[in-house]
Ligand binder design. Structure first.
Ligand code: ADP
Ligand code: MG
Length: 443
């Protein structure tokens, strides 16, 4: 998994700076982190060369474990796997878990900043983590990209692994679930293992469920997984970029199950929360919070409103630029280096805002614009909104279609072409578009 590899690379970098080059190249650089067992706190590391595990064990184990502790922020025991031996022998200790068991240590409840727009999601996530399989089952968390869904799911995972040690927790992205299923379908044994894996757990965290829309076989399998776990009173936690009733390309049976218990949404954070998130980030990164840094944080929080990943990204960029260029962090330094972000509309403008602005302008409701009604008084604003989404955001056609009541990408394409023509031929339309662009840009 990405985080494991990222952390491992950082660990190697750290060791490189601590060891003589020859030792590093000979012993450490060929090592590869294969898997992490979070519950047993073991990191499985493959040796690049045969028969060196003894030497590694004697000379480098504690050095490696210390470096891992520094980078991963947690203590792991290292188990070396000699892959060259394994080819001829039966494996003795085979990790009986998958890489997705690896949770990002940074995604904890402690590091999750709570504000008005994620308070409820945070509270129910914590309740589920404290007493899994009891009251809140299933838990469904939804919100736009970059607002903390994965963070909360990992936080639940960590918490349960720490505090309910007997429970088997499995986190999986819906994409991974789908890919595993596709692989498993090729072979009877594999499908048996797949079913066993997903039905023998106590807590299932499945991320980005919108991914299985329109994938019938995956939906079917997930439906059975869901039912089995639910009947056995196991905890299920699902995340999505939309509310269950907006997952229009999902089997109705699944949609209704997702609404059986708790549905928590996460909305974009308010200004104060955005500032608090960056302050927390500075604290985690050990950046000294000077008066100047405070002003820079305020600037970034003012500009980036709808995506915490981008908010953090801009901040990290300033920090690393200042280190690279050896310049102090000041507001003018930040403005200079965030020019593209600060001036490009992209980050402030998303489909939801556009929809809202268009509805207000034509005096219709969000429900109307998402509906399938074809009368011109609704169809025209809908097409205008789709056109603006295409022009002003980087959303794909299917994604835009999805946020207008689950429409097909061809419908969006048609709307865009139609409005584009009308802008040239009809002055009223071109005025509408100009005014709307101004409204959206200033919002
Ligand atoms: P999503 O899964 O909804 O797309 P993520 O959980 O990946 O979003 O969050 C994106 C980034 O923003 C992550 O680095 C996460 O740690 C951070 N983040 C999101 N919400 C918060 C929060 N409330 N406090 C601190 N960091 C947050
Ligand atoms: Mg996510």
């Amino acid at each position: 998994m990405k985080n494991l590899q990222e952390n491992w690379e950082k660990t190697l970098e750290l060791l490189k700076s601590e060891l003589p080059p020859v030792s590093f190249e000979t012993w450490i650089s060929p090592l590869a982190a294969k898997k992490a067992d979070l519950s047993k706190k073991i990191l499985y590391v493959e040796c690049g060369e045969p028969f060196i595990t003894d030497i590694l064990q004697k000379r480098y184990l504690s050095l490696l474990e210390n470096a891992v502790k520094t980078i991963f922020n947690e203590t792991y025991k290292i188990n070396f796997i000699d892959s060259f031996h394994e080819k001829n022998q039966k494996k003795t200790e085979e990790p009986d878990f998958d890489e997705e068991f690896y949770f990002n240590p940074r995604y904890s409840f402690d590091n999750f900043v709570v504000g008005g727009t994620n308070q409820y999601a945070n509270a129910v996530a914590l309740a589920v983590a404290e007493t899994p399989c009891k009251m809140y089952n299933p838990l469904f968390i939804y919100g736009d990209s970059g607002l903390g869904k994965t963070h909360l799911m990992h936080a639940i995972g960590h918490y349960i692994l720490e505090n309910h040690k007997k429970l088997k927790v499995l986190y999986v992205s819906s994409e991974m679930f789908t890919n595993e299923l596709i692989m498993a379908l090729k072979d009877k044994n594999k499908i048996r293992n797949f079913k066993k894996k997903y039905r023998n757990i106590d807590v299932l965290l499945i991320d980005d469920i919108q991914f299985i829309e329109k994938k019938e076989a995956t939906q079917e399998e997930f439906f059975h997984t869901f039912n089995t776990l639910y009947d056995l009173n196991k905890q299920i936690i699902i995340s999505s970029d939309r509310a269950p009733n907006k997952l229009t390309n999902l089997d109705e049976r699944l949609r209704s199950r997702f609404s059986w218990n708790i549905i928590a949404d996460i909305q974009p954070p308010d200004y104060e929360t955005r500032v608090a998130i960056l302050m927390k980030k500075a604290e985690i990164e050990n950046v000294e919070i000077s008066e100047d840094l405070r002003s820079v944080i305020n600037l970034i929080a003012e500009k980036i409103k709808y995506n915490i990943r981008e908010l953090e990204g801009a901040f990290s960029r300033i920090i690393s630029f200042s280190v690279l260029m050896n310049k102090p962090i000041t507001v003018s330094f930040a403005k200079e280096n965030l020019k593209d972000i600060v001036s490009s509309g992209d980050l402030r403008i998303n489909t939801e805002n556009i929809k809202r602005a268009v509805c207000k302008y034509y005096n219709i409701t969000i429900k109307d614009i998402e509906s399938s009604k074809k009368i011109r008084s609704l169809a025209f604003p809908r097409q205008v909104a789709m056109f603006l989404c295409r022009e002003l955001t980087s959303s794909s056609l299917p994604k835009i279609g999805g946020s207008f009541g689950g429409r097909d990408h061809t419908t969006v394409l048609h709307a865009c072409q139609k409005i584009k023509k009308e802008v040239f031929s009809d002055e009223n339309v071109s005025n509408d578009i100009e005014t709307l662009k101004e409204i959206i840009n200033e919002s």
